[in-house]
Design a protein around this ligand. Sequence first.
Ligand SMILES: C[S@@+](CC[C@H](N)C(=O)[O-])C[C@H]1O[C@@H](n2cnc3c(N)ncnc32)[C@H](O)[C@@H]1O
Length: 214
Amino acid sequence: MKENQSFWDRYASDFDAIYGTKNSWLNNVINKLFRGSMKMRFEKTMQIIPDENVSVIDIGCGPGHYCFSLVQSGQREILGIDFSEKMIRLAMDHALELGIEKRLKFEVLNFLEFEPEKKYDYSIMMGFIEYFEQPEIIIKKARDITSRKILISFPVAGGLLAFQRRLRYKRRCYLRLYSHDDIKELMKGLNINTFKIEKIQRDFFVTIDMSQVS
Ligand SMILES: C[S@@+](CC[C@H](N)C(=O)[O-])C[C@H]1O[C@@H](n2cnc3c(N)ncnc32)[C@H](O)[C@@H]1O
């Protein structure tokens, strides 16, 4: 886990650049390859979460871009957590630049050790679950802390870009890619029936409806 944490600390600035904060020639090329899915999952998340007074936790929030958009486009209570100090520092700096630092919260936290005192209406986990060997633990934990919907992105297995991604992550950080059936199996094992899987380019976008769970 420590290795993963330091990987994300080292990668933080380059990851942030995918959102257009640092535009070198190489970054532009890399970003083009990734932007499609990332943009779509971002837009989908914004569409699903209502702009009324709801609480949202962004798990593995990275440099915080989902949190900023959620806070700017609606009356929402937002908490972003990430175990990389560097990511959270970037998120806090961006929030200051945007002048919204008082309207949201960021905390350096390992989700596996997180014990919240309350439930959140919505949990989002974008670009997160693929880094865990036991995704069941992550979803169970998210289920315990969410009252309305859990939104998760799963990277699609297969294809040239997936192969290239596997190569990039080899020896740097654990990475698992998923098929549609893998996700169905995972949900079945957790006894979750109220979920929807949508393919959006290189990701599956999964919505678990907690309000339907008895
Ligand atoms: C690919 S980034 C995604 C960031 C953000 N969700 C987005 O889509 O822009 C994955 C993030 O998950 C964080 N992360 C990985 N394992 C974690 C854990 N156990 N607890 C908290 N954060 C974690 C990493 O530090 C990294 O910032």
